[in-house]
Design a protein around this ligand. Structure first.
Ligand SMILES: Cc1cc2nc3c(=O)[nH]c(=O)nc-3n(C[C@H](O)[C@H](O)[C@H](O)COP(=O)(O)OP(=O)(O)OC[C@H]3O[C@@H](n4cnc5c(N)ncnc54)[C@H](O)[C@@H]3O)c2cc1C
Length: 419
């Protein structure tokens, strides 16, 4: 256990993917006295693996997005993790969900047209919402909206088209998984880093020569500070800056965290044998309030359910039993009611109710695509900001967070050298 020091060169607030990236880079540079301050009793933040029945379940990040250019893919492999490269079907196979092949082709063409319309809309001087590109009364509008709740954690009318497109244009659409869990990988990256757990920071006083951090274990001073907490924490001023930083608070408010959750279901052996590995289902193609399902992911006797937006926020409030009841109804509707006898709930998440994340991943409110750069900008070359929401186009991802941590650490090191 890292002892609690009172004075360091660099303090990193929050030890999720971004904090781990920052601490890793600083530790590898050597010669810097550093400390990670983490509110939870574990590292990883929104990347977290549990193994209640032996195999790994990622409660948060699971997919190495843009995996063929994602620097964490080769790193995970070097650290001995098993990289699964099978491409996910996600919403590309609607025939599994009861649609005809013709309807599936129509959906794929609509998705393609939407992508084009969004890219065109993003070029206009005025930012708009993703909903503004919908064809009124379009056959697939509900499914497009459901897809937005999975991708952005929010419905189409809440999401900036300019921000969305800057992610989309940089995405390679290659998605891989780690059999042992994305969370376990980050734990391994963090294993030798100086981190104190269960130590929330409540105030950062950057008036004097050294920056003073008020924490649950007392005061620590630092020459440089890297703040990596989610936008929800900054927007709610759960950490107070002194002097205040209204620009940061405003930018964080323009980049709220959408809501996405997971429900893990076990499938008994008899039924598991009847399913192909890694099949994807959409619960409904005509309702926005629906779940997507991974059947037998990596061959496991399980179904992973994924759901987002206001619907997910409501189910969080209703609890895990309500999540399971909803999923069981949708699965019975598609696969036959006999499935009810073969499934049981295993684990569920509630990321919006988690006090240290208060949501899942950031999206920009229409008109606020520029807030990412405002949030990322250093203050007085002493206070640096990282975290997924500060990434210009890999936001909402674990690798985007990690990369932002590396960049903030580089900037802090350069600033220390100048002083
Ligand atoms: C359900 C779900 C599915 C996802 N799927 C994917 C996916 O497949 N692929 C992908 O790449 N990404 C995915 N993501 C997103 C990814 O998990 C995040 O973008 C990324 O992990 C964010 O990392 P971060 O370091 O920016 O923030 P966080 O992980 O939130 O880290 C910030 C840390 O700060 C701590 N903290 C908060 N307040 C304080 C305080 N006052 N003092 C000290 N510490 C504090 C928190 O406890 C946390 O550990 C998913 C997320 C969710 C929730």
């Amino acid at each position: 256990m890292t002892p609690f020091p009172t004075e360091v060169d660099v303090a990193v607030v929050g030890v999720g993917a971004a904090g781990i990236g920052a601490l890793r880079r600083l530790a590898d540079a050597g010669g810097v006295n550093l400390l990670g301050l983490e509110a939870r009793d574990r590292v990883g933040g929104r990347v977290n693996t549990i193994s209640p029945t032996g195999f790994a379940l990622d409660r948060g990040a699971e997919w190495l997005h843009s995996a063929d250019r994602n620097p964490l893919s080769p790193l995970a492999q070097r650290l001995g993790f098993t990289v699964h490269r099978r491409p996910p079907e996600w919403t590309s196979r609607l025939s599994r969900s009861g649609e005809t092949p013709e309807a599936e082709a129509d959906w794929l063409a609509t998705r393609e047209r939407q992508s084009h319309l969004r890219r065109t809309a993003a070029l206009a001087p005025e930012d708009r919402s993703l909903a503004s590109t919908l064809v009124p009364g379009g056959r697939w509008n509900q499914l497009l909206d459901a897809t937005s709740t999975w991708a952005n954690g929010a419905e189409l009318d809440r999401v900036s088209v300019k921000d969305y497109v800057s992610y989309d244009e940089h995405s390679t659409n290659v998605n891989w998984r780690l059999a042992e869990g994305y969370g376990r990988f980050f734990e391994k990256l963090a294993a030798d880093l100086p981190v104190v757990l269960a130590t929330p920071v409540s105030r950062i006083d950057h008036r004097g020569g050294a920056i003073r951090l008020d924490t649950a274990r007392g005061v620590v001073t630092a020459q440089r500070v890297i703040v990596t907490v989610p936008t929800t924490i900054i927007a709610a001023e759960a950490i107070r800056f002194d002097p205040p930083l209204p620009g940061k608070v405003g930018a964080a408010a323009g980049l709220p965290l959408g809501v996405d959750d997971k429900l893990f279901i076990t499938l008994d052996a008899e039924w598991a044998a009847g399913f192909a590995q890694d099949g994807f289902l959409v619960g409904s193609t005509t309702r926005r309030e629906t779940m997507s399902y991974q059947l037998r992911p990596l061959g496991r006797p399980a179904i992973y359910c994924f759901f987002g937006g206001r619907f997910a926020a409501g189910l969080e409030r209703d609890g895990a039993a309500a999540m399971f009841a909803f999923a069981a109804d949708e699965l019975a509707n598609i696969l036959g009611s006999d499935i009810r006898r073969h499934i049981s709930p295993l684990a569920a998440t509630a990321w919006q109710q988690d006090p240290w994340s208060r949501g899942s991943y950031s999206y920009a409110v229409p008109g606020h695509a520029g807030d990412r750069a405002i949030l990322a900008a250093p203050v007085d070359d002493r206070l640096f900001f990282a975290g997924e929401a500060t990434s210009p186009y890999d936001f909402s991802t674990a690798h985007g967070a990690y990369g932002s941590g590396l960049a903030a650490a580089e900037a802090a090191l350069a600033s220390l050298r100048r002083s």
